[in-house]
Design a protein around this ligand. Sequence first.
Ligand code: F6P
Length: 343
Amino acid sequence: MRIGMLTGGGDCPGLNAVIRAVVGKGESQYGDNFLGFLDGWRGVIESATTPLDWDRCRDILTIGGTILGTSRTNPYKVEGGVQKVLAALKANAVDALIAIGGDDTLGVANKLTAEGVSVVGVPKTIDNDLSATEVTFGFHTAVQIATEAIDRLRTTAESHDRVMVCEVMGRHAGWISIYSGIAGGAADILIPEQPFDVAEVCERLKARSVGRRHACVVVVAEGATPKEGSFSVASGELDQFGHVRLGGIGNLLAEEIEHRTGFETRATVLGHIQRGGTPTAFDRVLATRFGIAAIDAVHNGGLGTMVALQAGEIVRVPLNDAVSEPKLVPHEFYEEVAAPLFG
Ligand code: F6P
C-alpha cells in the first residue's frame, strides 16, 4: 500500500519515534511505501510532500520535534480545504493516511472518514488530555522536564528565601502541573479544572513559613484561573481551532503573592522547553508501540480508529470516540493526592 503520514498540532517528543516505527514495520512486514505530508494538514491541502523510507527514518528515534514539521492548519477553516485534501490524496495515490496528533488533528481525521478517507489516528500531546487513552506520548517527557525545573527552582528559592512560581503548559487540562507539582513537592498546585482563591493560596504560604524560611515552589498551569476572575491572562489571539494563546498567569500570580504576603517572589515560565528535546525512554517505547499498532491497524481492519493505551495494552478505539471529550484532572484526584500536601 501507499501510505501518507502527517504530524499536526503542537509538536512533542516522540513524534519521530512513531514515524520510524510505522515506516520500519510497514516496509519490512507489509511491503508498503510511504510519503510524508509537511506541516500537518497544510501539507495535505497544498500537496507538499517528502519521501519517507527506512533509510530516512532509521536513526530518528531519539530526535525531538518532527521531521515532517507541524502546524495548526484546519482544512475545515480554509476555503476549499477539504476538496484540496481529497484531491491531494488522489493525486499522490494515497491508499491510507496515518494522522499523528491531538484532539484537533484527530478531529479533522475523524470528519474526513465521512468523506471516504481511510485514516488511522495516533494520539500525541504533552497535555495528556485525550480521554480514550490512559496516556499520550510526550506527556512523560514534559513532566520530567517540569519536575527537573521545579527541583532547580527549589534550591535557588532556598538560597534567597523566595517563593518561586513555575508556570507550566496546560490550557484546559492540568495534568502536567499536577504530576510535576506532586513529583517536585510543590507548596501549591493550581490547575484549570479548579479555579483558585488567591487569598487562600497566600494564607497557605504564610502558614507554612511561620517560624521557618518561606522558600518554596508554586506550580501553576497556564490555563489556571482565579475564582474572582481578577486576572486577565489571555492575549486574545485565536488559532484555526479557536484556542486562545496563553502565557502570563505565572507573572501575575507572583506579583499578587508578593503583594499579599510580603514574600519576595519570582516567576519562571517554562513554555516550549517542555515540548522540545529528546523523549524519555518511556515515551520512546510508547511512541514505538503506537506506531507499530497504527500500521497494523491500516492492514488489519483498523481504519477509522485511533490506537490507544488502556490497562497497559494497545487497543483501537473509533476515531469518533477518541475526540468526543477531553480528559481532565478529576476533582477527587486533586483533593486526595495533591491538596493534602500543600503548604
Ligand atoms: O500542544 C499543546 C500545547 O503545548 C499546550 O500545552 C499549549 O497551550 C499550546 O500547545 C501552545 O501552543 P503554541 O506552540 O502554538 O503556542
